[in-house]
Each structure stands twice: as C-alpha cells, then as structure tokens.
Design a protein around this ligand. Sequence first.
Ligand code: NDP
Length: 328
Amino acid sequence: MTKMYYDQDADLGFLSDKTIGVIGYGNQGRAQALNLRDSGLKVIVGVRADETQQQAVSDGFGTLSIEEAAKGAQVLLLLIPDEVMPGVFESEVRPWLSRGNALCFASGYNVAFKLIEPPGGVDVVMVAPRMIGAGVRQRYLEGKGFPSFIGVEQDASGDALKATLAIAKGIGSTRSGVMLLTFAQEAELDLFTEQGFGPAFGQVLLAAIQTLIDAGYPVEAVMTELILSGEFAYSMQKIAEMGFFPQMELHSHTSQYGSMTRSVRYMNPQIAQTMQEVLEEIRSGAFAREWEAEQKAGLPVFNQIKEMRNEHPIAEWDRVTREAFHLG
Ligand code: NDP
C-alpha cells in the first residue's frame, strides 16, 4: 500500500507567507487558481496575452505575463499543455527561478522523461488531480475532495513534501486523500491509460459496431444501443462510484448471467501481451522520444491520422444517428 495523506496531514499555513504563481489559465489553471485563492492563499496568474487572459481578468486576477508571475512567485504551478511546457519553461520560467522556490507540476511527464530538467536549489513537486479541471472546481465548491497523485522529485529545501501537501489541501484534494507516487509512476500510468487501455477499448467498440452492422441491424439502432444510450458510460461511472462487482447488481439477472458466462470467451492473452509491449515503450522513454521528434517535425503522422479518422465510417454513422434523433 502506498502512502496516503489527508487534510489533517497538510498545513495551509506553510504557504501563508508565499505567493503562488499559476502559469496558464485553462482546464486545471483556472480551477486550481480559484480553489487556492478561496482557500485564503495569495495567488497570481501568469498567462500570455491570448484567449484565457480575459477569463483570468474577469475572475479578478491581474494581467501578468508568464515571466512576471514567475518573477513574483515563490511557488509556481505549471499548468499549460505538456507539449508546450518545455519551451515556455526554458524561456520564461527558468531565468526567474531563485533558490528555495518550488515548482509544482500537474503531470509527471516532462520531468520523468527529462524534457524539463529543473535547476538544483528548487523544490520539484507534483500535485496531479485525477479529475478534469471543471470537476476540481465543482467538487471544491461542493465541499468535496477528489483524488490526486502527489510526488516529490527534488527536495532542495527539506520541506518539499510540506509544500506539496499544502498545495493539495489548497485545491481541495486532501479532503478525500492524495497518494504519494514518483513522477515516473504518475506519467507511466497516465500514458498507459491512454495507450494501453483506451485504444484497446476503442477497437472492441468498433468491432462490436461492425459485427452488428454486418449482421444487418440498422446503423442508427446499433449506434444508439452501443453509444448514444450512454448505458455503457453509466456502467463505467457506477464502477467508479460503487466498485466493479457491486455495480453489476444494478443490471438485470439476464444481463448478469449473459455477461458473466460469455466474458470468458474474450480472454485473449494476445491483448495482455500487446499491453505489455505498449507499457515497455512508455517506460523506456521510447514513446516520449517518438512524440518529441514528431512535434519537432511539424506533426506529420498526427495530422495524417487526424485526416484518416475523418474518413472512418464511424464519423458518418455518428452523424446519421444524431440526425435521426435531432441531436445535431
Ligand atoms: P490547458 O490546455 O487547459 O492549458 C491552457 C492554458 O495554457 C491557457 O491559459 C493557454 O493560454 C495556455 N497556453 C497554451 N499554449 C501556450 C503556449 N504556447 N504558451 C503559453 N501559454 C500557453 O492545459 P490543462 O489544464 O489541460 O493541462 C495543464 C497541466 O495539467 C498539464 O500538465 C496536464 O497534463 C495536467 N492535467 C490536466 C488535466 C485536465 O483536466 N486537462 C487533468 C490532470 C492533469 P491561451 O489561452 O493563450 O491559449
């Protein structure tokens, strides 16, 4: 069992004499900045003069540039997209870092794969919510917590864990508990969900759709049954809320009997083997290097795949089904 921390383990007072600089005001940036401010902490926001700056201003934050916020804060939360973070860090953050500052990431990715190598003398910590930004804000306002993975990669001050826990408490996460992991563990788990589980699930869904369409069922009915009804999404939500087996009780006996007796037929060792290969590419850093090279080359593969997905028949199946139900 890994180490868990809760509200009583965290001291907001640790940050009371510090200025927290939130860099980026998007999904996580907005939610975390508002939560930290509502927790009584001093928060400044650094954004480029672009779309989200207006949102920050209307939420009552000043209009600081990223450099100004990096200069003025002792604790910096880097909450911009992971792929632009290394460039922004080098040009607009690193020059302003002083000894004793803390850098907090919401994802272990850039540090774990050495795309950002912070200088010695600063604390390097992670508070990575397992929740989208809107949920981070909503649950805070409801007085509820949400899980986060936290980590300390570099403890220059000797107090890095205290800073991490105070940030986690300030955003409302320690109400339900935070779990200590390494940056690498967080990044690898996250990538595996995206590459090991997501695509496998996507292929299963496509195979199910194709099987039913080939068997002559109307496209609109198949898409409604498998996707539009939201039945599967509901089950996943209930698995999260109740647990894997307890949620089964929400389904009819016919459903339970049918799914339990047939599930064994889908046990395929090839799936686990492919997952292991995908995990190995992630852990060795091969994926991170591939993705970095792809970005430097101007995203040729990424753009080509995006083109191809527009041509996949599911785009049309989706469209006709939504049209049939006047869903636009
Ligand atoms: P967003 O995509 O929502 O970030 C948008 C913000 O970044 C905006 O303020 C945007 O400014 C700014 N930005 C975008 N590009 C640049 C750039 N080139 N230079 C300067 N600023 C830029 O990010 P997320 O909140 O999704 O992710 C932030 C971090 O949180 C990441 O590390 C991510 O892995 C992590 N995370 C995200 C989760 C989520 O819910 N999405 C969940 C858990 C962790 P502008 O308006 O000018 O474009």
